[in-house]
Design a protein around this ligand. Structure first.
Ligand SMILES: Cc1ncc(COP(=O)(O)O)c(C=O)c1O
Length: 397
């Protein structure tokens, strides 16, 4: 049988992290590749207790039934308070859409706004799976330069003028892949520029609650207008397996995204919504965040120490104040994609940086995840990578 797949699929590569994760299924490989929370942080006891209580409560039938596409009303009501912690005040329940992971929020925003051939802007490098989503909508993805403190706003404005993009996608806090965080002034400027030129901003924030140093900063949505769709997730603080995320945007935008969601999955798992609702209602989310932060802080510091000790001096890297990733760059002609098989031989995995660039540049870069490996694995894995790269650099010299 001839399988006549869609044209759209020709633009879509499987994401590199998924492919790499297949390799790292081998337990002997130390993986700095994924974006997984630490296993020891998953709240198994709390989820188990809440689920038992829910299933013996009067709401059990309702929880196991179909629900509304927007999400459980009582959960969205609680989320009004929760999103205040991102600087988003006065959201109404109809300005919140519960989604099946923030990944779905990104997809729905694209589905609602993008047509084939549209231009969109992303910070380069950016979240790999967003590039995959956007490719499915057959749009032109244009990279905007990244400065030390996040997107270069001069380049952003220039490219808005040049390309008239419909949408800009940003991960402004502890970015995946770079770990960078935009300062408040930059956020205000982005809000102002995008409003002025009538560009939709998709602000993706799954990581800001994982801050272990420095001060909280408002979301762009918190300082901006109705052109901003804020997307957040409970994956990195409670559990990715529950698949619960939130979109906050104006009602006209969410109405269209809701329409797209109806066809996608009818609604997000009711049981998962009810569980996350209890985390908010019982304030367990605060304990959970409190538990996670010091663990990630320690792991990040251990990784930084190992990088300083073992990597060649031509390697520079970000020092994030939260999140899950360190971004590295070689000030030498080191191709991290070509060297990946050698790293796997040494039983260590990372993500080569070129895949995070819309135009596949950045061959001298890589992303390291520090949240999932054990302290021993961090030491052993970075030591092995250091040996590999020092060896490579000595050959270039
Ligand atoms: C920047 C970014 N956005 C979105 C997601 C998707 O998260 P989820 O769908 O689990 O909420 C991730 C996951 O790694 C991410 O790093």
């Amino acid at each position: 049988m001839i399988l006549n797949f869609s044209e759209r699929l020709k633009n879509m590569a499987g994401t590199a992290t998924r492919e790499i994760l297949k390799l790292t299924a081998n337990p002997q490989i130390i993986s700095f590749a994924g974006g997984l929370p630490a296993n020891e942080c998953l709240p198994i006891r709390e989820v188990s207790q809440i689920t038992q209580e829910l299933m013996s409560s009067q709401s059990a039938n309702r929880i196991l039934q179909y629900g509304t596409t927007q999400g459980m009303f009582s959960f969205r009501e609680l989320c009004i308070d929760y999103v205040k912690s991102f600087g988003i005040n006065n959201a109404k329940p109809d300005e919140i859409l519960v989604v099946s992971g923030s990944q779905q929020g990104l997809d729905l925003a694209c589905r609602a706004f993008l047509d084939k051939g549209d231009n969109i802007l992303v910070e380069a490098p950016t979240y790999l799976a967003f590039l995959q989503i956007a490719a499915a909508y057959e749009v032109n993805i244009i990279g905007v330069n990244s400065a030390k403190d996040g997107i270069d706003t001069d380049d952003l404005e220039d490219k808005i003028k040049k390309y008239s993009p419909k949408l800009v996608y940003l991960v402004p806090t502890f970015s995946n892949p770079t770990g960078k965080t935009y300062p408040l002034e930059k956020r205000k400027l982005i809000a102002e520029i995008t409003q002025k030129y009538n560009v939709i901003v998709v602000e993706d924030d799954p990581y800001s609650k994982l801050r272990f140093a420095g001060e909280d900063v408002s979301s762009i949505k918190g300082v901006g207008g109705d052109n901003i769709i804020f997307v957040t997730s409970f994956s990195k603080i409670i559990s990715p397996g529950l698949r619960i995320g939130l979109c906050v945007a104006s009602e006209p935008i969410l109405k269209q995204m809701e329409k797209c969601k109806q066809g996608a999955d009818v609604h997000t798992s009711h049981l998962s919504q009810a569980i996350v609702k209890e985390f908010l209602k019982r304030d367990l989310i605060k304990n959970q965040i409190k538990k996670v932060k010091p663990i990630y802080k320690t792991k990040k510091e251990l990784m930084e120490q190992a990088l300083a000790k073992y990597m060649p001096q031509e390697f520079i890297y970000t020092r994030p104040e939260g999140g899950m990733f360190i971004w590295g760059e070689f000030l030498a002609d080191v191709n991290t994609y070509n060297l990946f098989p050698k790293a796997i031989e040494k039983k260590v995995a990372y993500v080569y940086g070129n895949v995070f660039y819309p135009q596949n540049s950045g061959h001298n870069t890589l992303r390291l995840n520090f949240s999932n490996a054990t302290p021993e694995q961090i030491e052993t894995g970075i030591k092995a990578l250091g040996e590999l790269y020092k060896d490579e650099i000595s050959k270039i010299k």
